[in-house]
Design a protein around this ligand. Structure first.
Ligand code: NDP
Ligand code: KPL
Length: 312
């Protein structure tokens, strides 16, 4: 199976390297600067579950992709703000038999991908990992968490899913095909929006937030708001999953933060519209009041305004 990973950043680089390390036929679609770095130093991952160095990763750029012909599986790992460009660039890789597996957080990318490639080609998917692309171009995984969930959005199985399962066999992360992938994406969204909202607004870890006066009430209020939107959208988190999320998000001394906080601290772009704005929009459509999410969104957009002004 020919696999194209779009983006060799924190998530794409990590899961792509893990597939390449067991001999899968992986090519990375990257932009020229990343292509140059990968050609010089290879693809390096440092990880508590075992480092990887792919000395000569196969790469293509948008300019050379059309010579490669269609791929069987495209794993899409660009950030949401780069989605339109990535979709335009990867188009030559998608043929009649191609399956597209996006691992972005949030949901709106599914509409964009359906429109571009046809919903029959687009799986649901998500990943759980704490990783970052360092300034030197290495990928650093910061906890042992590394799962990748995928599945057809109607919950059925197919030959394509079976073929992907076969490719994932033996890989050093936790792959899982799911017949409830949309529900699982929503469950992750509820968790992530609460984690990102709380840790970015307070510029602190979960442990710091819950140790502050009003901290646990804030986190729980935000979680309840996100879950109310999910319920109104038909995908409320299952009781056990919600209880687990509540426990993790209110754990004393927890060092956990969201990747969005790491991006803010690095002065980088963030997926405010995709992860928080779109959730608010879905809440409004369903008649759910979102006072806490609104404040979170105001804060993230103020960060973006300041960042844009500083860059001008
Ligand atoms: N990091 C984490 O711990 C987690 C992230 N996620 C989610 O995963 C998604 C990806 O995040 P993450 O991997 O952290 O992001 P990164 O910024 O680390 O990586 C994204 C990569 O995509 C590349 N890219 C963007 N557009 C294109 C294009 N047109 N062609 C080729 N490459 C392109 C970027 O390339 P360039 O270097 O050229 O800019 C960048 O290296 C997000 O939705 C995020 O929310 C989910 C779970 C955990
Ligand atoms: C919730 C978490 C940590 C899991 O992968 C994540 O997706 C993020 O921080 O962006």
């Amino acid at each position: 199976m020919r696999i194209l990973v779009v983006g060799a950043g924190a998530t794409g680089g990590y899961f792509g390297a893990r597939l390449a390390e067991i001999g899968r036929d992986v090519t990375f679609l990257v932009r020229p600067a990343r292509a140059e770095k990968l050609a010089d130093a290879g693809l390096r991952v440092s990880s508590p579950v075992g480092d990887v160095h792919i000395a000569e990763p196969q790469t293509v750029t948008a300019e050379t992709l059309d010579k490669s012909g269609p791929f069987d599986l495209v794993i899409l790992s660009a950030k949401a703000y780069d989605l339109d460009g990535a979709v335009a660039d990867l188009r030559p890789a998608v043929g009649p038999q191609t399956t597209v597996l996006p691992i972005l957080n949030g949901f709106r990318h599914l509409d964009v991908l359906d429109e571009a490639f046809g919903s029959e080609r687009v799986l649901g998917g998500s990943c759980a990992i704490v990783a970052t692309l360092t300034p030197t171009g290495e990928i650093r995984q910061m906890s042992e968490l590394h799962s990748l969930t995928y599945g057809k959005r109607d919950g059925t199985r197919s030959e394509r899913i079976a073929a992907i399962e076969a490719q994932m066999e033996g890989v050093r992360f936790q792959p899982r095909s799911s017949d409830k992938v949309l529900l699982e994406m929503w469950e992750k969204w509820v968790f992530l929006a609460t984690l990102a909202g709380s840790t970015t607004l307070m510029r602190a870890t979960i442990g710091d937030v819950v140790a502050a006066p009003g901290g646990p009430t804030f986190v729980e209020g935000l979680l309840d708001e996100c879950q109310t939107i999910a319920l109104a959208s038909g995908y409320g988190s299952r009781e056990k999953v919600l209880a687990g999320a509540r426990k993790t998000l209110t754990a004393e001394r927890s060092p956990m933060t969201a990747s969005m906080l790491r991006d803010i601290e690095a002065g980088a772009r963030i997926e405010a519209d995709h992860i928080i704005g779109d959730l608010i929009a879905r809440g409004q459509k369903a008649g759910v009041e979102t006072p806490i999410l609104d404040r979170v969104f105001t804060h993230l957009k103020a960060y973006e305004n300041r960042r844009n002004r500083d860059a001008a």
